[in-house]
Ligand binder design. Structure first.
Ligand code: NCD
Length: 338
């Protein structure tokens, strides 16, 4: 895969070498993300961060990643504060914005919208999530996290067993992750969801074609035993036809320390793309797991910064120049991982 000037729309664009390349560049970003030193390699470059759906992590980490490389960020966070609210097409918005910026990150509620936007853009576009469809940077950071977490246990992605828990129907993070896992060998997947929120059939088919073993469960305790990684997700309430329908699924699966201790091997890694729904009726990932050393959710968000820095460096072709623009940090900093 040639990253230079490319749009990053779907994990379908990646082969294993391309994913490895992103991970290799992400490793290189560590000293900058940890504020051991700074770099100005993207000084003068402008990112347009267009988020037409709620976002904390993806929006702020893409923005901060660009800042950490020395670039400037312009944000539009609501469709109603942009001309899309006046009936402007994605085509026109893309033509205009790409004249104002060097790269664009876009999140939009409609599947396929970011690809359509990218077709009209004169600069690279990175998909920050298009409806229930895809979330490629999340899948890359999830895989990078899995790799790092289980490397500590002497394992690799090949041969891994993973339980995916929750709303597998609408969860775009899960969709992109599953497709990316098809690049690896011999994975066992436990798909745990209510029947109505099962992983779409086309993605299950892809997993099987890749030679992975797929087992489906509606009972969480049964499905979480004997796996290396638990990947918990939130019910994607905003994607349901009505709130009433979404309410039916709230709180059906709740992972807490007691259930974990009872059913899982002691070093089972716990992940979640976040946000976790911490309202009393939901709590798919209980706060009582916060002190569990296997809870990787905040290492996962930290890794998001590395992956997003890597994507910008690759797409804007500055990977080999990052260190040439390095400077010492001038302020007090004591950032730790974890
Ligand atoms: C995810 C998303 O927006 O798809 N969040 C994120 O970007 N980390 C998952 C979610 O919202 O549940």
């Amino acid at each position: 895969m040639n990253f230079v000037g490319a749009h990053i729309i779907s994990v379908d664009q990646f082969d294993r070498a391309a994913a490895d390349r992103v991970f290799e560049v992400a490793d290189k970003m560590q000293p900058y993300a940890m504020r051991n030193r700074i770099t100005r390699v993207l000084q003068g470059a402008i990112l347009s961060n267009m988020f037409f759906e709620p976002s904390t992590r993806t929006r702020v980490s893409f923005g901060s990643a660009f800042n950490l490389l020395g670039g400037e960020v312009r944000e539009t966070t609501e469709a109603k504060s942009s001309s899309l609210a006046k009936g402007e097409s994605l085509y026109d918005t893309a033509r205009v914005l790409s004249g104002y910026s060097d790269v664009i990150v876009m999140r939009h509620p409609d599947a396929g919208s970011v690809a359509k936007f990218a077709e009209a853009s004169r600069v690279p576009v990175i998909n920050g999530g298009d409806g229930p469809n895809e979330h490629p940077s999340q899948a890359l950071l999830d895989l990078y996290t899995m790799r790092t977490e289980i490397a500590a246990q002497g394992q690799s992605i090949d041969g891994l067993s993973i339980a995916l828990i929750g709303d597998l129907r609408y969860g775009r993070a899960v969709h992109s992750l599953c497709k990316l896992l098809c690049l690896y060998d011999n994975i066992r997947l436990h798909l745990i969801s209510p029947q109505e929120l099962a992983l779409p059939g086309d993605i299950v088919a892809l997993l099987k074609i890749a030679g992975h073993e797929v087992r489906q469960y509606t009972d969480m305790a049964e499905g979480i035993g004997g796996v290396d990684i638990l990947y918990v997700t939130r019910t994607q309430e905003e994607r349901f036809p009505s709130q009433q329908e979404a309410d039916r699924y709230r709180g059906l699966f709740r992972l807490n320390q007691a259930i974990y201790t009872q059913n899982c091997a002691p070093n089972t890694v716990i992940m979640h793309p976040l946000p976790r729904d911490s309202r009393a009726q939901a709590q798919e990932l209980d706060d009582d797991l916060n002190q569990n050393p296997n809870l990787a959710i905040f290492r996962q968000t930290d890794n998001g910064m590395l992956i997003r820095m890597a994507l910008f460096a690759l797409v804007l072709d500055v990977v080999d120049q990052v260190d040439n623009f390095a400077q010492p940090v001038t302020w007090f900093t004591d950032k730790r991982h974890g």
